[in-house]
Every structure is written in structure tokens, then in C-alpha cells.
Design a protein around this ligand. Structure first.
Ligand code: FES
Length: 158
């Protein structure tokens, strides 16, 4: 994947919104991630410069919270629940089919930056298992045979 020039002015805007508050670093990082869909290193460095919070502290925060992604992610995040209930209802097969359809493994992003596959352990909607969440939309009782169609609707949206 080629390096992309990042527009860091968005980071400046976010930090300004919080009036450069050191205590707001977590919220700032969350907003930054919402812009880029992950936390680019350059963006973390910029947050550090603007808030005066050392980069080591920012990096620690970013790695400590699982909600932060440190690598580029696709436009659509496809999350497969691998919790016990979803697992016994066939989640591993659904995950396999997603990996096959997209040509990537769990944790990877397609080359066109459209999709990233991730897994999670139970989001509390076990009755819907196997559950696939695309971005913030829940798809319940997903069958292997439905995976292609499920992805197609997001491909069209591109
Ligand atoms: S195990 Fe998947 S939602 Fe609970």
C-alpha cells in the first residue's frame, strides 16, 4: 500500500474544538479516528505537538484502547462476532466465506481500501447470531449463502 499524504488540517480543527485540552486527548483521538477510520501516526504526532502531551503517552493510549486502529482500514468495516453463541451458530463459516469473497484474511484490508474484516467477541445480540456488523449496521442470522449478497450492497454504495 502506497503512502498517502494526509491532510492534517482536520487534526488541527479537532484539537481547536477541544481548545487544545490535554485532558481531552482521548476524545480528540476518537474524533481523529472518525475522520481517517484509523489513527495515522502522523496524526498522533500532530495531536502531541498541539496539546503538548508526549507522543509516548498518546501511543500508549492508542494501543491500550482496542477501539483504536493503528493501521489503515477500509471504507467499510465488516465485523464478525466470534462470541460463543455466534460461534456455535456458524460464525467461523461466515467469516471464512467473507475472507474468500473479499480475498483477504481477518484483520486485513482489501487493496482498493473498500473493506476491512475484523472480529469481536459478543456484542450482546446473541439471539441474532451469527452476527455480522458492517459499519454500524447489524446483519443477523447470516447464512454463508447470503454473504455475497450482503457484500454486494456495500460494493454498490462505493
Ligand atoms: S455471541 Fe455474538 S452477539 Fe453474543
Amino acid at each position: 500500500m502506497g503512502e498517502v499524504e494526509l491532510d492534517l488540517s482536520k487534526v488541527d480543527e479537532i484539537v481547536k474544538r477541544y481548545e487544545g485540552g490535554r485532558e481531552d486527548v482521548l476524545a480528540i483521538l476518537q474524533d481523529v479516528q472518525a475522520v481517517y477510520n484509523y489513527l495515522p501516526r502522523e496524526a498522533m504526532t500532530r495531536v502531541s505537538e498541539l496539546t503538548g502531551v508526549p507522543m509516548t503517552q498518546i501511543a500508549t493510549l492508542a494501543t491500550f484502547f482496542h477501539a483504536f486502529a493503528l493501521n489503515p482500514r477500509g471504507k467499510h468495516i465488516v465485523t464478525v462476532c466470534m462470541g460463543t453463541a455466534c460461534h456455535v451458530r456458524g460464525a467461523p463459516l461466515v467469516l471464512e466465506e467473507l475472507e474468500r469473497e473479499l480475498g483477504i484474511k481477518n484483520g486485513e484490508t482489501t487493496e482498493d481500501m473498500m473493506f476491512t474484516i475484523e472480529t469481536v467477541n459478543c456484542v450482546g445480540a446473541c439471539a441474532l447470531g451469527p452476527l455480522v456488523i458492517v459499519d454500524s449496521k447489524y446483519h443477523g442470522n447470516v447464512k454463508v449463502s447470503e454473504v455475497e449478497k450482503l457484500l454486494a450492497q456495500y460494493k454498490e454504495e462505493a
